[in-house]
Design a protein around this ligand. Structure first.
Ligand SMILES: [Zn+2]
Length: 175
């Protein structure tokens, strides 16, 4: 059995976590050719999110809900560590970027892995969203498409960004 790995996306972060997506292409011996693609990502499209998550986590992450402001466990949380996606454990935001925006939701100046203006190494993606009544930008987990919250351009310097993120979808690992 010959195994060939094609690295689609490979990001290594300083904290030792690897955000990795590998597709393995398996060829059988004897010239049977391509045996099929096997995904090694943590996110499986068949995941039963309703089983894996609490009802509140499910509504926020998979149905784009929003938790009640000033209700989240991480709103006034100041412990040092990394905040991970509750669905797939991808590191999303560092406590170093957290600040009090006064809005009632945990707020971050930038996503983990952002270098200056370059967000290509972060594990979040942005998507236009008009559901707030005006043009907004939704923030999702790049690995599993979980809805995280929204990003606004009224944040503090130097980024000027305010990532408004629901506590319910975050898990913090302490350093
Ligand atoms: Zn995720």
């Amino acid at each position: 059995m010959k195994l060939t790995y094609r690295i689609v996306e490979f990001h290594i972060y300083i904290n030792g976590w690897t955000c990795i997506q590998i597709e393995s292409l398996i060829s059988g011996v004897g010239g049977t050719g391509r045996g099929g693609l096997r995904s090694l990502t943590r996110y499986d499209e068949d995941t039963d999110w309703q089983k894996k998550l609490t009802p509140e986590q499910y509504v926020v992450t998979r149905e784009k809900g929003t938790e009640v402001p000033f209700s989240g466990i991480y709103l006034n949380h100041s412990e040092v560590g990394m905040y991970h996606c509750v669905c797939c454990e991808t590191p999303l935001f560092s406590s170093e970027a957290k600040y009090d925006s006064g809005t009632g939701w945990p707020s971050f100046k930038e996503a983990h892995g952002t270098w200056g203006q370059d967000e290509s190494h972060a594990c979040i993606i942005r998507r236009p969203d008009n559901s707030l009544g005006s043009a907004g930008t939704e923030v999702l987990c790049k690995n599993c498409d979980a809805h995280l919250g929204h990003v606004f351009d009224d944040g503090p310097d130097p980024s000027g960004q305010r990532f408004c993120i629901n506590s319910v979808l975050l898990n913090q690992n302490k350093h």
